[in-house]
Design a protein around this ligand. Structure first.
Ligand code: NAD
Length: 295
């Protein structure tokens, strides 16, 4: 079997287009465009690339982007003062503080300071709690993107066996909650799981979010499963540039799975598309307008 390659880039492009249409409607109804504030502390090159893509996508969707670049030496108090200012700024619907933060700033304190209504990353405990209890929440963008791809592949996920590898607050846990919300039977595997290949082998849906290059092998996968690879790992190459691979051995898994996301070009592009969607949704809720449909 050769698995279908799930084209996250194409799915993201479609979503960007639909979001841009809904942004136009919102702007007409509310008399202003939705706004996303991004905050980058320091000069981490990977973070700088992510933030640039996010700001570009915001502008392309017709939303307003407010970027705040702070020096590496910024104190926690200074960052909290900026978050407070953004919380009170009526033009700002979404606040995204790019992680990781410098080591002397506590990311938990910063996340807790963000107004949950503007927490488009969905990391605030209030949003995590709402997701876990089935209430309307802002949901982390990466697992939301994975769910979008799974729904497009499978339609209903009800009754399917899903294994999520990884239990981070950013990907693994919210992914498991979303799958549970779709009535899948969910297993969360992690670094202490015994016999991971056996656990993975039971799954109709595998979501790998570990951060270990090609850890999930083809012979772990149940024939016909759908594989969503969240991992982004750079491995060395002879030319010194390195190459991006996922947490799943793509070629091997392609021989067994029904469909699989590539790295790059799978989950990654969906994350930014979902950030645009969440900013738009936050703007609607803050303005007291019903959530946009069909996104
Ligand atoms: P994390 O380091 O916070 O969590 C990794 C998880 O993997 C942990 O819960 C740990 O228990 C589990 N784990 C570690 N070793 C394991 C093992 N041997 N067997 C089973 N489980 C093991 O990472 P994260 O933030 O959840 O990110 C995971 C990966 O996804 C990383 O590669 C990251 O770069 C990538 N990521 C991609 C996107 C995207 O947009 N595509 C977004 C976020 C994260």
């Amino acid at each position: 079997m050769t698995a279908r390659r799930i084209d996250g880039k194409a799915a993201a492009a479609e979503l960007h287009e639909r979001v841009a249409g809904a942004v136009r409607n919102f702007t007409q109804a509310a008399g202003r465009a939705p706004g996303l504030a991004t905050v980058l502390v320091g000069e981490d090159p990977a973070s700088a690339v992510y933030i640039r893509s996010k700001n570009k996508a915001t502008a392309a969707a017709g939303m307003v982007s407010f970027h705040h670049q702070l020096p590496e030496t910024t104190s926690e108090a200074e960052l909290l003062a900026l978050v407070d200012e953004l919380n009170r700024d009526e033009r700002v619907d979404g606040i995204l503080v790019q992680l990781p933060l410098p080591s002397d700033i506590d990311d938990k304190t910063v996340i807790a300071a963000i107004d949950p209504a503007k927490d488009v990353d969905g990391f605030h405990a209030e949003n995590a709690g709402k997701l876990a209890t089935g209430l309307e929440a802002l949901v982390p963008c990466t697992p939301l993107g994975c769910l979008h791809l799974l729904r497009a592949e499978l339609g209903s996920l009800a009754g399917l066996d899903a294994v999520v590898i990884g239990r981070s607050n950013i990907v693994g846990k919210p992914m498991a909650m979303l799958l549970l919300g779709e009535n899948a039977t969910v297993t969360i595997a992690h670094s202490r799981t015994r016999d991971l290949p056996e656990v993975v082998g039971r799954a109709d849906i595998v979501v790998a979010a570990v951060g270990r290059a090609e850890m999930v092998r083809g012979d772990w996968i149940k024939p016909g499963a759908i594989v969503i690879d969240v991992g982004i790992n750079r491995i060395p190459t002879e030319d010194g540039k390195g190459r991006l691979v996922g947490d799943v051995a793509y070629d091997e898994a392609s021989e067994v799975a029904a469909a699989i996301t590539p790295v790059p070009g799978g989950v990654g592009p969906m994350t930014i598309a979902m950030l645009m969607r969440s900013t738009l949704v936050a703007a609607h809720r803050r303005a007291g307008i019903a959530d946009p449909e069909g996104l």
